[in-house]
Design a binder for this molecule. Structure first.
Ligand code: NAD
Length: 429
């Protein structure tokens, strides 16, 4: 497969051109013939015009790319190496929603031929690729894995907003349905990932590794969040404790915060879903999720308690929330826990203004039902630095003081202004 791709006799198809699929298609497009397929017609129109829908990619990368963008499944029939990178969210009951994965798999199955490869990049629970996707591929195509086509799984490790860790310079886990496919898949991915690949012993191992990476992070943050709640009751600042404990050689550095987005706050539910199916109750993982999912409400509660303690009348109080995206320096607002914080404050009848230099107002309104304030016209009784975008971190105390009413509370969720705020009532997780 590698040689036929290299000689441009075969083509790669990337199914799903989002945060994961688009950069992958662009990278592969530098070496191979690539078809980029998505069901979103507006997205494909933009990409065809060379317009970058994702600000994390260099603007020229789309216009300069040789990738053939399409919504037409017929164009996939000429491809031999299919990479699936569609969303795998959870539903309102925190149950894996595999509808897009199934639909994308059906699209691939309708084009599958002898000799083809199908690689999944979507984050799933261990076993999903072989238990859910493989039967669709086999039944719809009438072909058999390994005899007629090969299967693989290669999880994505991109970290939104992180310019240091990219597709090219982070080791990529690869796996295949047999020895031959593992070698071919390794060779193909190695051609774009300079850091090299790690050959997992099976598809299940590769799936589990991805889920473990994010579950470990989720749980460690949950521990810091719980610690923060306990220390706050003793009026001890968590970051001072972390600084002291961090001097030990084997202390792992994690900090408290809101865990939003579509990876860390979602992926553990894929593992817990599978565990429950196997009749095991994953209490540790679910406890961590519960703590992390409650943090926005905890911050809202502490904000209100402090407003009351400083003699403020709640119905007259004005709150400024800085940042609405799910993490710093990204424009992605999906599953933002800041929205929970804002809505909780609004439910108490407080006046809340939200600003964000990265987020799109229409998207925020569509997703969460409130607007981003175009201009900041008030002085505020509480300023909540919810998302430390670079634009906010560059500010001085005087910038915040200029927006502050008398006796203003400054809530610095991630502790970035610790020891830098002296005239406002400072509080952090
Ligand atoms: N974003 C990240 O940082 C990240 C990191 C690692 C892994 N992942 C995983 O990668 C997968 C993709 O995530 P993402 O963030 O790129 O998603 P995304 O929402 O940014 O993009 C997914 C794209 O898939 C398209 N799509 C949906 N259904 C389709 C279908 N049936 N056929 C073709 N296209 C379809 C959508 O239109 C969208 O453009 C998920 O499983 C996610 O958990 C994401």
């Amino acid at each position: 497969m590698f040689l036929t791709l290299k000689n441009k006799e075969a083509q790669i198809a990337v199914i799903g051109l989002g945060y994961v699929g688009l950069p992958l298609a662009i990278e592969f497009g530098k070496l191979f013939r690539v078809v980029g397929f998505d069901v979103n017609t507006h997205l494909i129109t933009l990409l065809k015009e060379g317009i970058n829908p994702d600000t994390e990619l260099p603007d020229a990368s789309i216009a300069d790319s040789s990738v053939h963008f399409t919504t037409d499944t017929d164009q996939l029939k000429a491809c031999q190496f299919f990479i699936v990178a569609v969303p795998t969210p959870v539903d309102e009951h925190k149950v894996p929603d595999l509808s897009m994965l199934r639909a994308a798999t059906a699209t691939v199955a309708s084009c599958l031929k002898k000799g083809d490869y199908v690689i999944y990049e979507s984050t799933v629970y261990p076993g999903c690729t072989e238990e859910i996707c493989l039967p669709i591929l086999e039944e719809m195509s009438g072909l058999q894995v390994n005899t007629d086509f090969k299967l693989g799984y290669s999880p994505e490790r991109i970290n939104p907003g992180d310019e240091l860790h990219t597709l090219r310079n982070v080791i990529k886990i690869v796996s295949g349905s047999d020895k031959e496919s593992l070698e071919e898949i390794s060779q193909i991915y190695s051609s774009v990932v300079e850091a090299g690949v790690f050959r997992a012993s099976s598809i299940k191992v590769a799936e589990a590794a991805k889920i473990l990476e994010n579950t470990q992070r989720d749980l460690n943050i949950a521990l810091m969040n719980e610690l923060s709640i306990i220390l706050d009751r003793m009026q001890v600042n968590t970051y001072e404790v972390l600084e002291a404990a961090g001097t030990k050689w084997n202390f792992h550095k994690y900090s408290p915060g809101l865990v939003g987005g579509h990876c860390i706050g979602v992926d553990p539910y894929y593992l817990t879903y599978k565990a429950l199916e196997l009749d095991y109750e994953p209490t540790v993982i679910l406890s961590g999720r519960k703590v992390n999912d409650s943090m926005a409400y905890y911050v809202a509660k502490r904000c209100i308690q402090q407003l009351i303690a400083s003699g403020k009348n709640l119905t007259d109080s004005k709150i400024l929330v800085l940042g609405i995206t799910f993490k710093e320096n990204v424009h992605d607002i999906r599953n933002s826990k800041v929205a929970d914080l804002v809505n909780e404050l609004l439910s108490f009848g407080l006046h809340v203004d939200v600003t964000d230099p990265k987020a799109d107002d229409a998207e925020v309104f569509h997703e969460y039902g409130f607007h981003i304030s175009e201009s900041i016209e008030h002085v505020y009784d509480a300023i909540i630095l919810a998302v430390p975008h670079a634009e906010y971190v560059r500010k001085q105390e005087s910038d915040f003081v200029a927006l502050a009413a008398e006796n203003c509370i400054f809530i610095d969720i991630k502790g970035v202004f610790r020891n830098k705020i002296s005239t406002l009532n400072y509080w952090s997780l």
